[in-house]
Design a binder for this molecule. Sequence first.
Ligand code: ARG
Length: 563
Amino acid sequence: MDYKKLVAERIKEHVDLELNLIERLIEIPPRPEMGDFAFPCFQLSKVLRKAPVMIADELKGKINKEGFEKIESQGPYLNFFMDKGNFIKDHVERVLSEGEKYGASSIGEGKNVIVEYSSPNIAKNFHVGHLTTTVIGNALYRMMGFEGYNAIGVNHLGDWGTQYGRLIAAYHRWVDIEALNKNAIRELERLYVKFYEEAEKDPSLEDIARKHFKNLEDGCEEEVKLWNTFKELSLKEFKRVYDMLGVEFDSYAGESFYSDKMDAVVEEIAQKGLLTESNGAQVVMLDEYNMPPCIIKKSDGATIYATRDLAAAMYRKKTYDFYENIYVVGSSQSLHFKQVFTTIKLMGHEWAEDCKHVGFGLVKFAEGKFSTRSGNAIYLEELLNEAVVKALEVINEKNPNLENKEEVAKKIGIGSIVFTYLKNNREKDIIFDWKEMLNFEGETGPYVQYTYARGKSILRKAGEIKGIVNYSKVTSSEEFELVKAISRLQDAVLLAIDKLEPSIVTRHVIEIAKAFNKFYNAHGILNAEDEEVKNTRLKLVEATCQSIKNGLYLIGLDVVEKM
Ligand code: ARG
């Protein structure tokens, strides 16, 4: 039963307002003693020409109270108190029958949504900022899929541009094959650095590099072969990280994918009279929007990052007819996306409005091992591995006899990082602090995972729940608040999608875990006062575990059954 709807329907029986409007007016009171829903009578006061306090009082006398514990008037508000037993029964049963689908819906049915995330550059280190886009994007991708959208996860790989000409030139001269086989990205990065050092002494190297890139664009076998090698080696390393994180994509169409699709875009821009020459480059002027021009072709005729993004947006619209096209990319690129979206708008495509940049802050390191290196030199895989090692240390201390310790440490260690990344508003900088992240008592991944494991351990000890279950016996404030938290999971997911802000779900999962621990500390479960209470509390535990599991899945974490 949807209590909010019921409240609206009961009011509607006595009031001449649209049901929709009534529903929108209903508020959640700030304190439990004010009930679960409140209806403010100000709006009615205008229609009925009566004081709102009087209306609230009169309505209270007339309204059908069935299904409610009580209905009270307080000043201009009519306060509704749900029948707790009913409410708890409804929700717990719903969670248990819907299982993994609890919180899901078909709200997004028929809508294609592109979620572009991760998008690292090949032959370059996958750095901590790429981890942010990866986990935010993965969370949005999962949430949208959960709510019925047809989500398309795109990894817009950075795999095109003059720098690959440089890399080819450097490869010919200085590659160390053994090092390449051992750690491809490190060796390729070394080659980059070497190229710049050498090019300073011998500027003709830049011409050679340009020639290589031109050959690559023209499809010359030698260059294409090397570039493919760089790409394969890089993808192999990226995929290892994606596997560790449980992240997947539907498409790896990156920048090179658009190399043959740019001419058409440039032509369209020219045809629409938007292309101007500026210092030898071809640009779209954006003065009117207080932005620097969007560069389409550099003075040497080469296309750039923005051109490829324009081609990508056009391609995505044509291929997926998207409802929304979301780019999860650091806030430092927000001007770039404004320029690209404005250019699309100027080209006359209304769907420019459906393109959204989801920005995020920086990752900062608290004191510790990684703080001594420059942010960019941190290898993500090392970071993830270190988290696993640290989680294992904690397990060895707390529960040395645990089975599958390594498996559990992986889920907890990596989960603790993902959770930290998704805990706060995405525009905020992320503070990377091992101590805080792995604290089992803080607002952390391990805390929530531990809460789940604790619930599971109770359920294992109890065995199958046999006998009478009676929800009217588990209506204490802790039990009621726990079920209320569980009942709001879907609202949190929908809000997170609406605001493109996964932290709303992370915070909600923390809220459920906290409510569970309050309940657990206040009430005996296995040693409850009688069988009925015990059975019913066990159902609450089951529903809690399911909700935590679903919530954690949505932000990209796995649960562990024992820890
Ligand atoms: N490869 C870029 C980088 O690492 C991010 C790409 C973002 N996506 C896009 N469509 N421009 O900075």
